[in-house]
Design a protein around this ligand. Structure first.
Ligand code: ZN
Length: 292
C-alpha cells in the first residue's frame, strides 16, 4: 500500500514537473513533445529537432489533411504539447484547438513573413516551394531553440543542414525546368501555386483549393478547353485523391494522366525529398524539358 502510494506521488510529481518544464523539454523521457499538423510539418520538425524531440503527426499517413477532424486523444496531445506546428487557415479543426493555447507553445507557418507575397487566392501549399520552406525551417529552429534552450546549438546546426539540402533541391528544379517545350500544368486542385510561381510555370487547376469539392461541368469544360488550346499533353492528379476527374479531362483532349503529389501525406519509405524529386521527373516528362 505504502509502495503504491509512493508510486502515485512520484507519478503526480513527474506530471507536475512535466507541466512546468520548459527548457528541459516536457516529456518524461526528457524529449520535447512536438505535435505537427500534417506531413511536411512533421518532416521539418523531425529534421530540425532530431533526437531531442518526439513528433506526433495529427494527420495519419495516406489521409487527406484538409478536412481533418480531431479525436479527443488528439485534442489532449495538442494541449499537452511543448510545441504545436501548424498552418493557420489550412485545417480549421487544428486552428480551433490551438486557439486556446499559449502563443509561445505554437508555431504558425502561415505567420512567417516571407510567405505573405505568395500566389493569389490564399494557396496554403507553401512547402512545395523549397526556397520558402527553407525560410520556414529557419524560423521553426528559432522557436524550437527557445523551447529547448539546452539543445539550441544542435537545433540550429540541423536546420542549417536541412536548408542546404533544400537549396540543392531548388537548384535541381531551376535547372531541370529551365528548357521546356511547355510551361502549363493542369492539376486537379490548386495546390501548386507556390511551386508554379517559383519555377515560372502556369497552373491551370480544374478544381479550386479544396481537393474534395466537386467541380461543376463548366469548370471541367473550361479546363479542358484551355489545356487543349495550350497544347497540354499531361493532366495531373494527386496521390491521395481519385484520378477520375483528371482522367476525364485527359480523355477529352487526348492527353495522358500522371501523378503530381502535393505532399499532403506520405506513405511507405518516401520523404519530402523523394516525392519532390519524383514530382520534378513528372514535370519534366509532361513539359518536354531538355538538358540545360
Ligand atoms: Zn491541398
Amino acid at each position: 500500500m505504502l509502495r503504491r502510494c509512493l508510486l502515485a506521488v512520484s507519478v503526480l510529481l513527474s506530471l507536475v514537473v512535466a507541466g512546468c518544464g520548459n527548457d528541459a523539454g516536457g516529456g518524461g523521457d526528457g524529449k520535447v513533445k512536438v505535435v505537427a499538423a500534417f506531413y511536411p510539418l512533421q518532416f521539418i520538425s523531425e529534421r530540425v529537432g532530431g533526437d531531442r524531440v518526439t513528433v506526433t503527426n495529427l494527420t495519419r499517413g495516406g489521409a487527406e489533411p484538409h478536412d481533418l477532424e480531431l479525436r479527443p486523444n488528439q485534442l489532449a496531445q495538442i494541449e499537452d504539447a511543448d510545441l504545436v506546428v501548424y498552418l493557420d487557415g489550412f485545417q480549421p479543426a487544428v486552428d480551433e484547438a490551438v486557439r486556446g493555447q499559449a502563443k509561445d507553445r505554437s508555431f504558425d507557418v502561415a505567420a512567417v513573413e516571407a510567405l505573405k507575397d505568395g500566389p493569389a487566392g490564399k494557396d496554403p501549399h507553401v512547402w512545395l516551394d523549397p526556397v520558402r520552406l527553407s525560410v520556414v525551417v529557419g524560423q521553426l529552429a528559432d522557436r524550437m531553440a527557445k523551447v529547448d534552450t539546452a539543445g539550441a546549438e544542435e537545433i540550429r546546426s540541423r536546420a542549417t543542414r536541412l536548408q542546404g539540402e533544400l537549396r540543392e533541391l531548388d537548384k535541381e528544379f531551376s535547372t531541370g525546368l529551365a528548357n521546356c517545350a511547355r510551361r502549363d500544368i493542369v492539376t486537379s486542385h490548386a495546390a501548386f501555386g507556390y511551386l508554379a510561381g517559383r519555377y515560372e510555370l502556369n497552373q491551370i487547376p480544374i478544381n479550386g483549393l479544396d481537393p474534395e469539392a466537386e467541380p461543376g461541368p463548366q469548370q471541367v469544360t473550361e479546363a479542358a478547353r484551355l489545356a487543349k488550346e495550350r497544347g497540354v499533353t499531361t493532366i495531373f492528379f494527386e496521390a491521395l485523391v481519385s484520378p477520375k476527374l483528371s482522367e476525364t479531362v485527359a480523355k477529352e483532349i487526348g492527353a495522358k494522366a500522371a501523378v503530381l503529389d502535393p505532399l499532403e501525406g506520405v506513405e511507405g519509405g518516401d520523404t519530402y525529398f523523394t516525392v519532390m524529386r519524383a514530382n520534378l521527373t513528372a514535370l519534366r516528362d509532361a513539359l518536354g524539358c531538355g538538358q540545360s
